[in-house]
Design a binder for this molecule. Sequence first.
Ligand code: ATP
Length: 511
Amino acid sequence: MEQKEDKLKEVISHAKEYGFVFPSSEIYDGLAATYDYGQLGAELKNNIKSYWWKSMVQMHENIVGLDASIFMHPTTWKASGHVDAFNDPLIDNKDSKKRYRADVLIEEHIEKIRQKIEKEVEKGIKKFGDSFDEAQFRATNTNVLRNMEKITSIEDRMRVSLENNDLEGVYQLIMDCEIVCPISGSRNWTEVRQFNLMFSTELGSVAGDAATIYLRPETAQGIFVNFLNVQKSGRMKIPFGIAQIGKAFRNEIVARQFIFRMREFEQMEMQFFCRPGDEMKWYSYWKETRENWHKKLGLGDKNYRFHDHIKLAHYANAACDIEFNFPMGFKELEGIHSRTDFDLKQHEQFSGKKLQYFDPELNQNYVPFVVETSVGLDRMFLSVLSSSHKIELLEDGSERVVLRIPPALAPYKVAIMPLTKKDGLPEKAREIIDSLKFDFLCQYDEKDSIGKRYRRQDAIGTPYSVTVDHQTLEDNTVTIRDRDTMEQIRINIADLYRMIDEKSNMRSLLA
Ligand code: ATP
């Protein structure tokens, strides 16, 4: 556990030192759970967005983009259910005065039991070696079975309590599981209360309820209210999708863990409109497609797992999360939800306008069903940053810190370094940058020894470093060094474009 916390701390300080992420308004000591993306963070973020947008919109003929406003008519949030039901159950510990999400406390308790099971399995692997039959072991070992039963029973109680808004039941479950506050270690809990997560503000100069508007807590509703606009103007045929990247705001009860849980964050969402009855087919399709999208990045297949929701949101008939192995453990990275026709029907009812599609093949009108994929851009950023941050021991006994960011996402694609600051080498280096800068973000670096400059590029994840020396002036060749293998080869300047492009373009991720 301590090791994991250390890892997160390392990532946070690296992110700050090299200009990826800063605490927001730091000169005023920061603002809780808000962060600013620095010069390199902004590049990485843009590249993640671009990977998502290209794969969702550009690679799918039947998906188009949208950029809706953050402010929406207040009735939107009545219709969507957010005014009445976008709540989290919160609980306070009377000794530490710390506030928690009751459901998260229980989920973490379940995770601990799950880890006990995994330990038991690991013991079995060690004991029986190659002859170990894991499936058989899981199905018969008494300790495993007892813990599985525990998990099922806790999950069932939690689901029933939350579905019935039975807050006393949630409290009782926390007491029965003997869950303690991680800070004070005590079980001195308050009752469980509901807390609405939407931020509100006032529009114009008129005070009072009528003018209260909300900062959108999800981007999805901007897509639903524009469903017919896009379908008609784009002559879209079902099934089709609308994708959007944008800010969302939630007054999170517990906003900790760096950019994992913020009060202002960015979502990349896609709503896929399909025929009623086809939604489960598309739900499976999008689960698989999104899993592949993540795994293509090469951050390690073992770092992903699916988690089916035990309590379905009021609008869903199936839902799961893709979880990532963050420094704090496996946590939600993306949600995939089958939202039925709930949202469109609600908006029909509240607006009095028809939101239906005429299906020429069936010769009938209907309200489409929706499958949604929703991934947090900031959580994607943290997954990339934390899993690519490595401290490596080199052959000569020294250490290097390297960000093995997938090259297509790396902020700079290449650094160009004149060996010395004289003899026309800087000019030659700038000439090379001028020929590459239309296609790649390049960095010019002439300060310190070449070794130090390589380390700096490793630390910000630049896939290639190119050194310009005296020989370059004679025969137009340069030394190019690979971030990951640290191998250096001499190539012609004319071959630079092809090499950098092959390694860092997005085509290989999208193919
Ligand atoms: P959690 O259970 O962690 O609160 P959620 O289930 O409420 O998340 P969704 O409503 O499904 O999240 O939102 C879709 C995605 O938006 C999440 O998978 C996550 O990546 C991102 N997200 C949600 N809340 C936050 C937040 N406070 N900070 C950063 N990203 C967030």
